[in-house]
Design a protein around this ligand. Structure first.
Ligand code: AMP
Ligand code: ZN
Length: 118
Protein backbone atom coordinates (compact mmCIF):
# COMPACT_ATOMS: atom_id res chain seq x y z
CA UNK A 1 0.00 0.00 0.00
CA UNK A 2 1.54 3.31 -1.07
CA UNK A 3 1.36 6.06 1.57
CA UNK A 4 -0.94 9.02 1.05
CA UNK A 5 0.83 12.26 0.14
CA UNK A 6 -0.44 15.11 2.35
CA UNK A 7 0.48 17.60 -0.37
CA UNK A 8 -1.55 15.75 -3.02
CA UNK A 9 -4.89 17.30 -3.96
CA UNK A 10 -6.50 13.98 -4.87
CA UNK A 11 -5.22 12.23 -1.70
CA UNK A 12 -6.95 15.01 0.20
CA UNK A 13 -10.16 14.51 -1.79
CA UNK A 14 -9.96 10.74 -1.16
CA UNK A 15 -9.56 11.49 2.57
CA UNK A 16 -12.58 13.81 2.52
CA UNK A 17 -10.51 16.85 3.48
CA UNK A 18 -11.49 18.68 0.28
CA UNK A 19 -15.07 18.45 -0.99
CA UNK A 20 -15.89 16.84 -4.31
CA UNK A 21 -18.98 15.38 -5.95
CA UNK A 22 -18.53 11.62 -5.69
CA UNK A 23 -20.27 9.39 -8.20
CA UNK A 24 -18.50 6.19 -7.11
CA UNK A 25 -16.85 5.10 -3.86
CA UNK A 26 -15.49 1.69 -2.88
CA UNK A 27 -12.55 0.18 -1.01
CA UNK A 28 -10.11 0.68 -3.88
CA UNK A 29 -11.46 3.64 -5.90
CA UNK A 30 -13.39 6.83 -5.96
CA UNK A 31 -14.82 8.79 -8.89
CA UNK A 32 -15.60 12.51 -8.78
CA UNK A 33 -17.08 15.06 -11.15
CA UNK A 34 -14.32 17.20 -12.69
CA UNK A 35 -14.38 20.74 -11.31
CA UNK A 36 -13.87 22.18 -14.84
CA UNK A 37 -15.80 19.80 -17.10
CA UNK A 38 -14.69 19.57 -20.75
CA UNK A 39 -17.79 17.61 -21.79
CA UNK A 40 -21.39 17.26 -20.52
CA UNK A 41 -20.15 14.29 -18.49
CA UNK A 42 -16.58 14.57 -17.15
CA UNK A 43 -15.65 12.29 -14.27
CA UNK A 44 -12.27 11.30 -12.82
CA UNK A 45 -11.76 7.71 -11.65
CA UNK A 46 -8.83 7.31 -9.26
CA UNK A 47 -7.37 4.77 -6.86
CA UNK A 48 -7.54 5.62 -3.18
CA UNK A 49 -3.82 4.83 -3.07
CA UNK A 50 -1.36 7.54 -4.08
CA UNK A 51 0.03 6.31 -7.41
CA UNK A 52 1.61 9.30 -9.22
CA UNK A 53 0.66 8.26 -12.76
CA UNK A 54 0.02 5.29 -15.02
CA UNK A 55 3.80 5.11 -15.49
CA UNK A 56 4.01 3.85 -11.88
CA UNK A 57 1.59 0.95 -12.22
CA UNK A 58 2.74 -2.64 -11.75
CA UNK A 59 1.17 -6.02 -12.42
CA UNK A 60 -0.10 -5.99 -8.81
CA UNK A 61 -2.38 -3.09 -9.75
CA UNK A 62 -4.25 -5.23 -12.29
CA UNK A 63 -7.27 -5.92 -10.04
CA UNK A 64 -7.61 -2.21 -9.19
CA UNK A 65 -7.49 -1.28 -12.88
CA UNK A 66 -10.06 -3.92 -13.76
CA UNK A 67 -12.31 -2.58 -11.03
CA UNK A 68 -11.74 0.99 -12.28
CA UNK A 69 -12.83 0.23 -15.83
CA UNK A 70 -15.71 -1.89 -14.57
CA UNK A 71 -16.93 0.92 -12.32
CA UNK A 72 -16.57 3.38 -15.20
CA UNK A 73 -18.69 1.21 -17.52
CA UNK A 74 -21.35 0.89 -14.84
CA UNK A 75 -21.29 4.65 -14.27
CA UNK A 76 -21.58 5.34 -18.02
CA UNK A 77 -24.70 3.17 -18.18
CA UNK A 78 -26.23 4.94 -15.16
CA UNK A 79 -25.37 8.34 -16.68
CA UNK A 80 -27.09 7.38 -19.96
CA UNK A 81 -24.00 7.84 -22.14
CA UNK A 82 -23.02 4.22 -22.69
CA UNK A 83 -24.92 3.68 -25.94
CA UNK A 84 -23.50 6.72 -27.74
CA UNK A 85 -19.98 6.01 -26.46
CA UNK A 86 -17.48 7.96 -24.45
CA UNK A 87 -13.75 8.43 -23.99
CA UNK A 88 -11.41 7.35 -21.20
CA UNK A 89 -7.93 8.82 -21.06
CA UNK A 90 -5.09 9.25 -18.59
CA UNK A 91 -2.45 11.95 -18.96
CA UNK A 92 1.16 11.27 -18.00
CA UNK A 93 3.70 13.98 -17.25
CA UNK A 94 3.95 17.56 -18.46
CA UNK A 95 3.71 16.96 -22.21
CA UNK A 96 0.93 14.44 -21.63
CA UNK A 97 -1.08 17.22 -19.98
CA UNK A 98 -0.99 15.86 -16.43
CA UNK A 99 -1.60 18.57 -13.83
CA UNK A 100 -2.41 16.46 -10.74
CA UNK A 101 0.18 13.82 -9.92
CA UNK A 102 -2.21 11.20 -8.55
CA UNK A 103 -3.31 8.65 -11.13
CA UNK A 104 -6.76 9.40 -12.53
CA UNK A 105 -8.59 8.29 -15.63
CA UNK A 106 -10.86 10.87 -17.24
CA UNK A 107 -14.25 9.70 -18.48
CA UNK A 108 -15.66 12.17 -20.99
CA UNK A 109 -19.04 11.75 -22.66
CA UNK A 110 -22.30 13.31 -23.68
CA UNK A 111 -20.89 14.75 -26.91
CA UNK A 112 -18.99 13.48 -29.94
CA UNK A 113 -15.19 13.48 -29.45
CA UNK A 114 -12.59 14.47 -32.02
CA UNK A 115 -9.31 12.66 -32.64
CA UNK A 116 -6.47 13.16 -32.02
CA UNK A 117 -6.67 15.19 -28.80
CA UNK A 118 -4.74 18.46 -28.87
P1 AMP B 1 -4.93 16.17 -15.51
O1 AMP B 1 -4.66 17.52 -16.12
O2 AMP B 1 -5.06 15.04 -16.48
O3 AMP B 1 -3.92 15.88 -14.40
O4 AMP B 1 -6.37 16.25 -14.86
C1 AMP B 1 -6.62 16.90 -13.65
C2 AMP B 1 -8.08 17.25 -13.63
O5 AMP B 1 -8.44 17.53 -12.29
C3 AMP B 1 -8.45 18.48 -14.47
O6 AMP B 1 -9.42 18.10 -15.45
C4 AMP B 1 -9.04 19.44 -13.43
O7 AMP B 1 -10.11 20.20 -13.92
C5 AMP B 1 -9.45 18.51 -12.31
N1 AMP B 1 -9.50 19.08 -10.98
C6 AMP B 1 -8.59 19.92 -10.41
N2 AMP B 1 -8.95 20.22 -9.14
C7 AMP B 1 -10.11 19.55 -8.91
C8 AMP B 1 -10.99 19.47 -7.80
N3 AMP B 1 -10.76 20.12 -6.64
N4 AMP B 1 -12.10 18.69 -7.92
C9 AMP B 1 -12.36 18.03 -9.07
N5 AMP B 1 -11.56 18.07 -10.16
C10 AMP B 1 -10.46 18.82 -10.08
ZN1 ZN C 1 -2.34 11.37 -4.07
Amino acid sequence: MRAADPACLFCRIVAGEIPATRVHDDEALIAIRDIAPRAPTHVLFMPREHIPSAADLTADDGPMLGALFGAAAEFARSEGIADTGYRMVTNIGAWGGQTVDHLHVHLLGGRSMSWPPG
